[in-house]
Design a protein around this ligand. Structure first.
Ligand code: NAD
Ligand code: MG
Length: 381
């Protein structure tokens, strides 16, 4: 039986690349079937996907009044309706931001494996999501490239032998910019990523390296590793996605082209290692460089470590504050360097709160958003 796939956030960067993986699988011995998908506002993508995949059911999660006639469901309940009506083997969660957490919960509640690109789900609620997955005998397969790499490495080597994890970062577009010029950088400057073509939020997060902060939390939760045993290295070529060091002193690296279709392909065919049409890394003639990140250029990496030391609620607050600050920076309301200020001042509040239900998570998320919204209002430009 061909594997049936649902793609959430099909018009986004992860969504479009997931569709491409499905498209490319058609002529292979393991074809993947698009069983359903969601778009938030993009009626054009919905209609063109319906045209290309007539059997796929479509949810339009934006305002129902603006939904195209091709949508099977529309409005705030559309995601839940899609996930309860359409049975698939794997759900790709390519929704951006904290909104992705509800989608992850719904996918698991409807008994489907989760290929998880939405790192916010993991940062906010991995313990509860994992419980839900275990209770239903389901897997959470990371799609974020560094974590997809760590997933492969840890499965092949065995967690018991691993002393330390390393995730790499490109360093973003401001890696070599004089520090005093950071404050004048605009959101469009931040979105000119040197390697990856991604959505705006994650592109800005790559420039501040809040993306790596979120990924540190993600790695710590997925692989149950204390943050002091996870390193971040800047690697501008983005060929090495992650490394693990074993107790005997060896370092094992996962190396592939910087192309998100590779981790998506791996996740959709998991647990099989299936031939990929997306090429492989060729190292001859390549120079691979690695640097320690500078603390004053990328304070959000250290703030993420502080959040992890403070506990689960602080990690939720880190994500929420960063989301508010990035949205305000994208709207030219605060400066690039003030993103870290908003996150730091939000984290300075007390986050010693229990996180024992999804409700707790949503409450903490909302509280952190209110605090950071207020901070943004009072920030001097
Ligand atoms: P994107 O902005 O290109 O796409 C996100 C999609 O989510 C959009 O289609 C948007 O309409 C939809 N969406 C936004 N809010 C929604 C809501 N409330 N309900 C339903 N749908 C909503 O972003 P992206 O780059 O594809 O990133 C998606 C997720 O994958 C993020 O969590 C990101 O951190 C993660 N990720 C992306 C990449 C990448 O290369 N793009 C790599 C690793 C991880
Ligand atoms: Mg990543």
């Amino acid at each position: 039986m061909p594997k049936r796939i649902i793609i959430l956030g099909a018009a986004g960067s992860i969504g479009r690349q997931s569709i491409e993986v499905i498209r490319q699988s058609a002529a292979t011995e393991e074809p993947l079937v698009l069983a359903g998908f969601s778009v938030h506002h993009n009626a054009k993508v919905l209609l063109s996907l319906k045209n290309e995949f007539p059997h796929a059911r479509a949810a339009y999660t934006g305002d129902a009044a603006s939904a195209p006639t091709g949508a099977d469901w529309a409005g705030p309940e559309a995601l839940a309706q899609l996930l309860s009506a359409v049975q698939a083997d794997i759900v790709v969660n390519g929704i951006a931001g904290a909104a992705g957490l509800s989608a992850s919960i719904l996918a698991l509640q409807n008994r489907m494996h989760l290929a998880l690109a939405n790192k916010e789900s993991i940062v906010m609620g991995y313990r509860l999501l994992k419980q839900l997955a275990d209770d239903n005998d389901l897997s959470i397969i990371p799609v974020d490239s560094e974590h997809a790499a760590l997933f492969q490495l840890t499965q092949k080597i065995g967690m018991h032998a691993i002393a330390e994890l390393t995730i790499t970062a490109s360093g973003g577009p401001f890696r070599t910019l004089p520090l005093e010029r950071l404050a004048e950088m605009t959101a469009d400057d931040a979105c000119k990523h040197p390697v990856w073509k991604m959505g705006r939020k994650i592109s800005i997060d790559s420039a501040t390296m809040a993306n790596k902060g979120l990924e540190l939390i993600e790695a710590s939760k997925l692989f149950d590793m204390p943050q002091e045993h996870i390193r971040v290295l800047i690697h501008p070529q983005s060929y090495v996605h992650a490394m693990v060091r074993t107790f005997d002193g060896a370092l094992y690296a996962q190396i592939s082209e910087p192309d998100m279709r590779l981790p998506i392909h791996a996740a959709l065919h998991w647990p099989h290692t299936y031939p990929s049409p997306f090429g492989h890394a060729e190292l001859a003639g390549k120079t691979l460089e690695f640097f320690e990140p500078e603390r004053n250029r990328y304070p959000l990496v250290w703030l993420a470590r502080n959040a992890m030391d403070a506990g689960d609620a602080a990690c939720i607050a880190y994500n929420a504050a960063n989301e508010i600050a990035v949205a305000r920076f994208d709207a030219a309301r605060i400066r690039f360097t003030q993103i870290a200020q908003v996150v730091s001042e939000t984290l300075a509040h007390s986050w010693n709160l229990p996180v024992s239900s999804f409700e707790d998570i949503f409450d903490i998320d909302m509280k952190a958003r209110q605090i950071s919204e207020e901070l943004v209002e009072h920030i001097a430009w």
